[in-house]
Design a protein around this ligand. Structure first.
Ligand SMILES: Cc1cc2nc3c(=O)[nH]c(=O)nc-3n(C[C@H](O)[C@H](O)[C@H](O)COP(=O)(O)O)c2cc1C
Ligand code: SF4
Length: 649
């Protein structure tokens, strides 16, 4: 079925065994700029999973961007040994490895000591996203930067990587030279399209001379930066044609978005609200204009979609960054007729992009082994098979049940409602969030594969506990909603869960008292605004959605703005009387009064469910508590705790 995806391809001198590549993505698994054992283990698991090609994360090339600990730094020979070790490990599994080189230009904003570093660009045009004013590079510095790229490319070749990719996309340094909006130079690196392209062209031709013809050389480009002042697609296509005519480039890789603008960067790490495969048509445009192979990535998370992109001739290779974070075995499963076993990425951006942006190792809410391969990669069979009772069918209980059963335990899971999924069932019911339900779909399938016996609609009591006779009980009964302890009189107050479930019908004018600042407040605001309500979203943080990933939040806030939702930050809820809702400014202390309110929707802290505390008190019974039943957090911690417990019994 996926025959075409499994066909080999030549990218210059490198033959790849199939059409799936692991696109470059910062992992924060490096340390002091060099490869760690954790990073080797991370990529090795993708190579073992059958991935055709691995392109390592963007490595910085120049001391002006050698600050951030979690970036690989190709500006020093210290990088060579680790890269070589990594490449050899993956090649032994049949997967070649390329390395990507980049510099953020005016996007550089961090230093070792917390002071703001000088950042350098083609001109001193301010950056909108990071609010950085760069230094316009003197001419000799531009040449110095070119040499840094070339030296770095040489180090990658010396490390015996199979290829080098130059990142010329996403609004970083090279596009800052290419784009007349950010390049106002009058020397040989500016003036006209030819001059603006010189920086890239020199990097490419000199890198080719340095690495020789035995290594692959590719370029990653953006056709649509998804922001007003981005370089137009036509200009980028012409640049690619010129590069091809120069004869040094073996492939082009296409991505979308720009990291230098809030609207553009959403598309670099597209959340679930962005359509699957949304970059494929850009790849097709480029493919029609050049003859070298074209690679594409962007919200491709299912083999069917990957096959469609390839078979329709839009690209020659398909990149899966987050799909392989969620399931490193993607290719092996696809190739062996087990495509339905793939744990599909749901585009939540929580533990992958979210961790990366906070400088923590990338992981996945569904697959916490990602980024922890060295310590958690291996699942050892249980020493003796025990009878395990899991109470609660949310993500924590399901994951614990799956892992314990995979290790050879006999596992039964009891859920007192009619559906598995827990709070995922709420999150997926919000507008544009249906894909989040994939977390449940994937776990339910894993329960099935692992042979866990599931009983729905059933409460454990003393007599059923006696009948089951478990060796170990896992309590994973999650959290329940609660309302804030404030006075409310003469105005309706409801909790967000009942609004999401459609258990209540709020009045026309709604105030959302959003203590949580997460998906619930944003989602309820969108749901009610779409249904025609007048919505005011009062957040107990400095911005609506402060607790969730910036990319998801930024996109959502744009949607709420379009829908006319009024968003007011720093608001501490104080109560409601006779059609008014009272808040206090969280730092200024002044009263904030909102009138003509029909319904206050409370998005307040939920509380751990203690219904099974009696089980923990039974003498001689092994009992463990996981997930929100200890303290309410998110799916990520629930699944992680389920995994840890399932491994340890
Ligand atoms: C955590 C993370 C870090 C990334 N870092 C890079 C990078 O260093 N260089 C790059 O070109 N793209 C980077 N990307 C973008 C990916 O290569 C890819 O284009 C993007 O994630 C869309 O593909 P996907 O939907 O398969 O995840 C990163 C993506 C993620 C998720
Ligand atoms: S954390 Fe979410 S977006 Fe990231 S890989 Fe996992 S499912 Fe995909």
């Amino acid at each position: 079925m996926y025959e075409q995806l499994m066909q080999p391809l030549d990218l210059g001198p490198t033959r790849v065994r199939n059409r799936i590549f692991n696109p470059p993505h910062g992992t924060s698994l490096s340390h002091h700029g060099v490869v760690t054992d954790d990073l080797v283990a991370y990529h090795l698991s993708r190579a073992r999973g059958g991935t055709g090609l691995i392109i390592l994360e963007g490595m910085t090339v120049h001391p002006s961007y050698g600050f951030e600990d979690s970036f690989l730094y190709a500006g020093s020979d210290r990088i060579i040994e680790g890269l070589n070790r990594l490449a050899r490990s993956c090649r032994d599994e049949g997967t070649p490895v390329f390395g990507q080189l980049f510099h953020a230009g005016r996007g550089v904003r961090l230093s070792h000591d917390g002071s703001r570093p000088l950042s350098y660009s083609a001109s001193d045009v301010p950056d909108e996203r990071y609010r950085v004013v760069p230094v316009s590079m003197p001419n000799d510095m531009v040449w110095e930067f070119i040499e840094s790229y070339v030296d770095a490319a040489g180090r990658l070749a010396d490390a015996d990587l199979d290829g080098v990719e130059i990142l010329a996309s996403m609004g970083y340094l090279i596009p800052q030279f290419l784009n007349p909006e950010t390049n106002r130079r009058s020397d040989e690196f500016g003036g006209d399209a030819e001059g603006r392209m010189r920086f890239l062209r020199e990097i490419i031709s000199r890198s080719r001379a340095r690495i020789g013809s035995g290594k692959t050389l590719g370029v990653r480009v953006t056709l649509d930066e998804k922001t007003d002042r981005g370089l137009p697609a036509e200009a980028m296509i012409e640049i690619c044609q010129s590069l091809e005519a120069d004869g040094h480039v073996d492939y082009f890789s296409v991505i979308s978005g720009s990291s230098s603008a809030p609207d553009g960067w959403i598309h670099v790490f597209p959340p679930m609200s962005v359509a699957p495969g949304f970059v494929a048509d850009d790849a097709r445009r480029l493919k029609q204009a050049v003859s070298k192979p074209v690679l594409v990535a962007g919200r491709i998370n299912q083999p069917q979609l990957a096959a469609e992109v390839l078979e329709s001739g839009k690209a020659d290779m398909v990149g899966l960054a987050r799909a392989l974070i969620a399931d490193p075995e993607f290719v092996n499963k696809m190739a062996s007729g087990r495509a339905e076993d793939i744990r599909a990425c749901v585009g939540c951006n929580q533990a992958c992009v979210g961790h990366r942006l906070a400088h923590f190792p990338v992981s996945c809410i569904q697959n916490p082994v990602s980024g922890r391969e060295r310590t958690m990669g291996e699942l050892k069979p249980a020493q003796s098979s025990k009878k395990i009772l899991v109470i609660g069918g949310g993500p924590a209980g399901m994951k614990a049940a799956v892992v314990a059963a995979e290790r050879g335990h006999q596992v039964e899971l009891y859920e007192n409602s009619t559906r598995l999924g827990g709070q995922v069932n709420l999150a997926e019911a919000l507008p544009g969030r249906a894909e989040f339900g994939g977390v449940t779909t994937n776990l339910v399938h894993e329960l099935d594969l692992a042979g866990v016996k599931v009983t729905l609609n059933s409460q454990i009591d003393e007599s059923s506990l006696r009948d089951i006779e478990p060796d170990h009980v896992i309590i994973a009964i999650g959290a329940r909603t609660r309302l804030p302890e404030v006075e409310v009189d003469g105005v309706e107050m409801v909790d967000s869960w009942s609004v999401i479930r459609d258990d209540v019908k709020p009045g026309n004018s709604v105030v959302i008292a959003d203590w949580s600042c997460d998906w619930a407040g944003l989602g309820v605001a969108e749901k009610l605004a779409r249904a025609g309500h007048y919505v005011r979203l009062l957040s107990g943080g400095c911005v609506a959605g402060e607790s969730i990933q910036a990319i998801v939040r930024d996109h959502w806030i744009g949607v709420l703005h379009q829908l006319g939702v009024e968003m007011i930050p720093y608001a501490r809820f104080y109560g409601g009387v006779d059609g008014s809702a009272f808040f206090q400014h969280m730092t200024g202390g002044e009263a904030m009064v909102f009138e003509d309110v029909d319904t206050i929707v409370s998005c307040y802290a939920s509380q751990a469910n203690h219904d099974c505390d009696w089980i923990a008190e039974i003498d001689g019974l092994n009992v463990s508590l996981i997930g929100d039943a200890i303290s309410p957090r998110t799916v990520e911690e629930a699944v992680l705790e389920g995994l840890r417990l399932g491994r340890s019994i």
